[in-house]
Design a protein around this ligand. Structure first.
Ligand SMILES: *Cc1c(COP(=O)(O)O)cnc(C)c1O
Length: 402
């Protein structure tokens, strides 16, 4: 066995000198935690997505927590969401003491199936938390009709969706405008732009935006940025229970540089995704991702679904043996031990539900995608030769299994 060994990771942030220089600028300024760089990043981010307000926080999980609190989610409330997401989505609901009610996904976009939402609504439902999974926009129009009908706030987990777009009244608009009530973004290195760790909350509601700003800094009545510049002595107070969910100025300085790179990153990712579409089209038994006519993905992940003839783990191992990183399809929170003895629901009255740890009759599509999809490498610096190598290895690995 003498195979040319590749070294192609699943993802790699595009980050370098401009970001290092920006971090240096923040450090040398002497103000390193939340301050002027955070304020600048927020303004630039809000302008980019077309939101009135953007509030930077420590990561997307804390962003989701604050968004749920802002719309009034309380202990024992139910929040409708998907199990098929990174576990942070469902966890943020549990941080509020509330119960995640999982709705299955639809097979084309791997996003929440709007048709199934209404059945999951009960008199304890307090909010709907949807996920633009892997950067693919949800069917927001259809979901908003339901949210409005039941007077439920709509929160968008846009962790992966910076730069994704949706056709709205004839215009392409950015995810995060927001089209629901609040949208939450992540800047983890696995996402399209990164600040190491970081998050952003966008909304058009000034009261919520004010609330986020208080909560992220311990509920402090007068922020330190104001006290430091003041000519008079100011004593702050703490009128409410807050958190430390701040982004640092070092992170924000990096984020501002990443935002400048974003258009180029998106163009490249879309180009590489198109290239995958063409090159993988002739492998039998693969279902390639497709964009609905009203959506433009940022291709945060490129997810291929395998027909049952293929063994997911073996395919991934064959790729890994060739030096190519892949990941299985998006996880399902309801199958994790952290959810085993915890309150969650699939929308069926609990007495009538015989869901087990590994299987729920109402979440079969979510489970199928976890078990029969894989994510392929896709990142800005990926060369066409590297992409060809991924395609060739995948073809060879599939051939072995037929
Ligand atoms: C990554 C991710 C999160 C968590 O983001 P962090 O910034 O790491 O907290 C939440 N939801 C989804 C869908 C994600 O992909």
């Amino acid at each position: 066995m003498s195979k040319k060994m590749q070294n192609i990771p699943i993802a790699k942030p595009w980050i370098g000198e401009p970001e290092a220089e920006a971090a240096r600028r923040a450090i040398m300024s002497g103000w390193v935690t939340q301050g002027p760089e955070v304020a600048g990043f927020e303004q630039e981010f809000a302008a980019y997505v077309g939101a009135k307000y953007a509030c930077a926080v420590s990561n997307c999980t804390t962003a989701l927590h604050l968004a749920l609190l802002a719309v009034g989610v309380q202990p024992e409330d139910e929040v409708i969401t998907v199990s098929h997401s990174y576990i942070a989505t469902a966890n943020s609901i549990r941080y509020c003491g509330a119960i995640p009610v999982f709705v299955d996904i639809e097979p084309q976009t791997y996003n929440i199936n709007p048709v199934l939402i209404e059945d999951a609504i009960s008199d304890r439902t307090r909010a709907i938390l949807i996920v633009h999974q892997m950067g693919m926009p949800c069917d927001l129009k259809a979901i908003l009709v339901i949210a409005k009908r039941y007077n439920l706030p709509l929160i968008e987990d846009a962790a992966c969706a910076i730069g994704s777009e949706i056709l709205w009244d004839g215009q392409w608009e950015k995810i995060g405008k927001p089209h629901g009530d609040i949208a939450c973004f992540s800047f983890h290195p696995r996402k399209v732009i990164t600040t190491g760790d970081g998050g952003m909350i966008t909304t058009n509601n000034p009261d919520w935006d004010q609330q986020f700003r208080l909560w992220r800094q311990h509920g402090m009545s007068v922020p330190d940025t104001v006290r430091h510049g003041a000519k008079q002595v100011i004593f702050e107070s703490y009128p409410m229970l807050g958190y430390n969910y701040r982004m640092t100025d070092i992170q924000a300085a990096v984020g501002r540089e990443q935002l400048k790179r974003l258009p180029e990153i998106l163009e490249r990712r879309r180009y590489l995704a198109q290239r995958y579409h063409h090159q993988l089209a002739d492998i039998p038994g693969l279902k390639l991702p497709t964009e609905p006519t009203w959506a433009k993905s940022n291709w945060q992940s490129y997810c291929i679904r395998l027909s049952p003839q293929y063994d997911q783990r073996q395919l991934m191992q064959a790729m890994l043996d060739a030096g190519i990183g892949t990941r299985r399809g998006i996880m399902c929170a309801h199958r994790e031990p952290a959810y085993e003895h915890e309150a969650w629901s699939c929308g069926v009255a609990r007495a009538n539900c015989d869901c087990s740890e590994q299987h729920c009759d109402l979440l079969t599509e979510s489970e199928q995608v976890q078990d029969h999809a894989i994510l392929l490498p896709l990142f800005h610096q990926m060369t066409e030769q590297e992409q060809d190598a991924v395609v060739n290895e995948l073809k060879a690995a599939c051939q072995m299994q037929i």
